[in-house]
Design a protein around this ligand. Structure first.
Ligand code: RB5
Length: 146
């Protein structure tokens, strides 16, 4: 069963501080935050953390997920290997809105070495406030899944 307003967060070592900011930000908006770490600043492997967050979304335990690494790219690639995950890297609010409206993205990836905290939180807001438009976009999302 999908829990409304439960969101999973993860990152690698490059994005721990920004992940904490995102966690605080979305918690203030009423989201139940499942932050699966890591907490240590030691170097780690982003595929592990992308996969773990993606599985929490794919299983239905969390409605959405936000993942972060240095560029947002590597952890996004790992997450997208999990069936049912549609994750985009965003460095701007337009893209963050559109990946929800047109691509029905269920995960957002952000590069902590690419955008500053203010932009990152705006990107998060754009992603969380947008809704999938369905219609012709549903046909295309179905094609992705197939
Ligand atoms: C870690 O140095 C870095 O490679 C990682 O955070 C990410 O940018 C990979 O895509």
């Amino acid at each position: 069963m999908t829990i409304e307003k439960r969101i999973v967060l993860s990152s690698d070592h490059a994005a721990i501080a920004l992940r904490q900011s995102v966690a605080d930000h979305v918690a203030k908006q009423g989201w139940e935050v499942i932050d699966i770490g890591p907490t240590s600043p030691e170097s780690t492997h982003y595929p592990l953390h992308g996969k773990a967050a993606a599985e929490a979304v794919a299983s239905g335990d969390c409605q959405l997920g936000i993942i972060l690494c240095g560029t947002g790219q590597g952890i996004m690639m790992a997450a997208n290997k999990v069936p049912g995950i549609r994750c985009g890297v965003c460095s701007d609010t337009f893209s963050a809105r559109m990946i929800r409206q047109h691509n029905d993205a269920n995960m957002l990836s952000i590069g902590a070495r690419v955008v500053g905290e203010g932009t990152a939180l705006d990107i998060v807001d754009a992603f969380l406030s947008a809704e999938f438009e369905g219609g012709r976009h549903a046909t295309r999302v179905d094609m992705i899944e197939a």
